[in-house]
Design a protein around this ligand. Sequence first.
Ligand SMILES: [Zn+2]
Length: 254
Amino acid sequence: MFHFPKHSSLIMSILLLLLAYFLPSLFIRKIAEERETDRRQNETEQTTESQREFRGVIVVDCGHGGRDSGTIGAGGAIEKDLNLLYGKKLRTFLEEEGYQVVMTRETDQGLYDEDASDKKAQDMQRRCDRIKEAAPLLTVSIHQNSYPDPAVRGPQVFYYETSQEGQKLAASIQKELNDALTETNSREIKANDSYYLLKQSQGPAVIVECGFLSSPQDEALLVREEYQDRAAEAICRGIVEYLSGKAETIRESG
Ligand SMILES: [Zn+2]
């Protein structure tokens, strides 16, 4: 028969006591560690949240509005309405990226007074005033194109001819639009010296012509929500790419 040594029950009791003493303290320490991790995570999230608030302002200008319909497609699509749809979608994507978006218009209404003698001039001046007031990182004006030849298609971005930053921004957006929307016949960015908004804006400004309402194929695409989402997302990517490149240049030179 097997015999325990006499003191074995004493050793067992001590071991049990030690376990009873240390196990809860181990457990408590584990909870405290988890709480600390949670607290740090919260802090990081809050920092990201507050950094987001400071990523800067972008102006989204939806062309035309009110009495000024812009161009009208053969299928009946109206430029001013499409501009507003694309602009609002772009705003959503930019806000998700942490930018604050200022719209020059959010309804069908243009920016002119009903009794203004030159409504177009007043409308353009007020758009420029709003941009000046917002002092944005950049401005994107949304339009739909038109051309006598209905075979001409595709998105195209315009910049003010003497603006190097405008040209870089335009190239970045054009690349993303071409990648996302066109399989063939991608268009290239183009300089412009007469468009008032490009000329008068503070900071880089570009005009994004999402497509040609004079092309029945483009028009059919431009009115589709899935296409609008893809286009707005591509414009947003182009902007973010441009701004991140700019941030790198500043870091390198600083
Ligand atoms: Zn237009």
